[in-house]
Design a binder for this molecule. Sequence first.
Ligand code: PBG
Length: 331
Amino acid sequence: MTVATRLDLPPFTRLRRLRNTPALRRMVRETQLSPADFIAPFFVTHGRGVRQPVSSMPGVFQLSVDELVREVRTLGPLGVPAVLLFGLPASKDALGSEAYARDGIVQQAVAAIKDATPETVVVTDVCLCEYTDHGHCGVIEGDRVLNDPTLDLLARMALTHVEAGADIVAPSDMMDGHVAALRVALDAAGHEQTPILGYSAKFASAFYGPFREAAESAPRFGDRRSYQMDPANGREALREVQADIDEGVDIVMVKPALSYLDVIRAVRDRFDFPIAAYNVSGEYAMVKAAAANGWLDERAVALEILTSIKRAGADLIITYHAADAARWLSA
Ligand code: PBG
């Protein structure tokens, strides 16, 4: 066998030179993942001492407020600055009343976290689907989800969250005009400094399946395709982001993350707003299931996925892997 000499070859570039040692690779690494990028989601439920596992999301629990506070206390030392709260109400009704009750479960959880660890940035999800008996994200008439009547309820919900101490409100309902409705209500009550994180480009995704078990929020009839986006539409995602910006949003979101990395990149290229990406329940469940079977290395795959989301252009990543990933990054 003969070995080719340089003389036999056209000129070529030696990209491997900078891959030869860990130190060199670190020096030229383009994307740095940090625990400061993460927002950890939690599901809070009534009761005391409750840690109810979510079967499709190993490592995720429905937590009562006391247990939630214990979990949240561990995040600060790991460098994870923020949490995102979802609530499981004591009872559901057509208008999702507990969503905007002053003593609702999320309102209680916000107050308890801000009391225990005031430095934690508490973000609350603003949407009716966990609270309505029909499981849709807004007020219904027949089988239609009504836009404008829903806005008033969302605004009331956001206001009660902020009055309980929430630092950021995050409307995920996909009603048109929702950012404007929240902004007007918050400003009128003197909360003009509270930022809004808009779920701007939220797609009607099958990757939300495990979340709907965790949040007990599956629609009782139909689906969410009349308000959430068609997964086929990338350009429309930019119009959704523009609409939220026009209404005064502070941070925009693309959700889900992994099948929508092109959308994250397009938003990054077009807009100079902070971008959050939601590494959703189905993305987490797939990694957990494969790892449990010994088919994938959970740590390596999760960090690779999170890095890809950051590389695509996200500044913030909402992820159920937040605490583990923070541990892995500091190990
Ligand atoms: C509520 C909401 C959903 C998610 C976040 N907020 C579910 C849905 O729209 O059906 C999904 C998050 C996840 O899958 O991790 N509207």
